[in-house]
Design a binder for this molecule. Sequence first.
Ligand SMILES: [Zn+2]
Length: 507
Amino acid sequence: MSERDFLAKPQRRKEKLATVKTLRLCAFARKLFLSLALLILSFPVESSPAYDLVILNGRVIDPESRTDAIRNLGISHGVIKAITSKKLDGHTVIDARGLIVSPGFIDLHQHGQDEENYRFKAMDGVTTALELEVGTGDVDAWYAQRAQKSLINYGVSAGHLAARMAAMHEPVTFLPTGAAARRAATDAELSEMKHRLEQGLKRGAVAVGFGIQYTPNASRWEILEMFRVAARYGASCHVHMRHAGVKEPGSSIQALEEVISAAAITGAPLHVVHVQSTGGPATPKLLQMISEAKSRKLDVTTECYPYIAGMTDIKSAIFDEGWQEVFDIDYKDLQWAATGERLTKETFDEYRKTGGMVAVFSMTEEIVTAAISSPVTMIASDGILEKGKGHPRTAGTYSRVLGHYVREQGALSLMEALAKMTLMPAQRLERRVPSMKNKGRIRIGADADLTIFDPRAITDKSTFQDPAKYSEGIRFVVVNGVLIVKDGQLQPTLYPGRPIRASLSSN
Ligand SMILES: [Zn+2]
């Protein structure tokens, strides 16, 4: 060890100590600075808004908790973060004084799934529109077509009609009109249909769809086999039943027995679509049967829409020989959608050759009111508009229930009506799609899909003559935290809609 080294060591130790002290001082200063910064940031007056979107002073109605009270909502990242009577700050603030704040409406039966249709749905308060009755034959392509370019949330079922058309080597159209509409399936075709439905479910289809009246020669065994596939995947079967009306044999009562049996035998959940248009005068009996089946612990649900006419393709099997007796109607009760004209035998025969949509006036106001006010029904539209033509239910279903049946007729309460539009349809799908537990509710952690409307002004404007009319009284609509309707005006070119899809599986 040299002398220099001997002297130098303590010197270096001192320097080291000094450095440590300086570092400690630095750390202390940094902590102090951070604490001060945090203090400043959390100081209420200087803070940036706590939420992306705040909805103040609205009458919040949540059918799950039965809340009906003035509350403020705080929303961030597309999720409800606060429900309170305290004041909240947001980047965007809506004053909902005098308005109802409801969970966004969920339509389980919306055929039209494009930009035109989504606009009318949004202006009627719908934040999620699902095509579950007819469905699709290609689940991946269906979702891909809508990804990143949908105004509202969307989803689809695997369709028995599409599987049947494909198995019979027909072009897959909306409703079958060829062999798939008319003949029984072979065993090989039946296996092919099962395989196709199963593939659809593995690709995340939300449910399984049926239009048995459009395939009258699909055997009862064929329907059971399809229910068995659905049951294996916990998928609900959304069924347009085999028969309509009251004429025996072949009544809607017999048709309901078929599908309730199929649900009991296979364990698949059953959802009967548009019970009032299928049931006609038998509707109260169908509703009684569904309620009795539920009391036996069968998973059976149903839906209706608030109009006295249905609509379908004039070329479909529904208008095969004998349709007047089935519905107890005549040519004059049919209205050609494209022109609004009532039909005669001559025009019926002419249009039957070309095909096209026709409105069928087969219900009464009493039947519709009984269906809407029944505790077992949900509201669903069965809507489709094509270039502004179609049935007024596409644009007006939800506003019509809230304006005409709740406000004007007092046929049901606001809480009951909103449950039929939000909570009940969400619950229908929860078993297969657990993310639906975050829809149809206003609670902390739920998706921020909200419909804010004026209960004194809400009214449907669409008619059979002019079906492409926006409803009035829907003031704001929020989809995944994004305002798509603002002060009653649609916000164009926004695409916050997300897919509603079951998880993909390999077995
Ligand atoms: Zn239908």
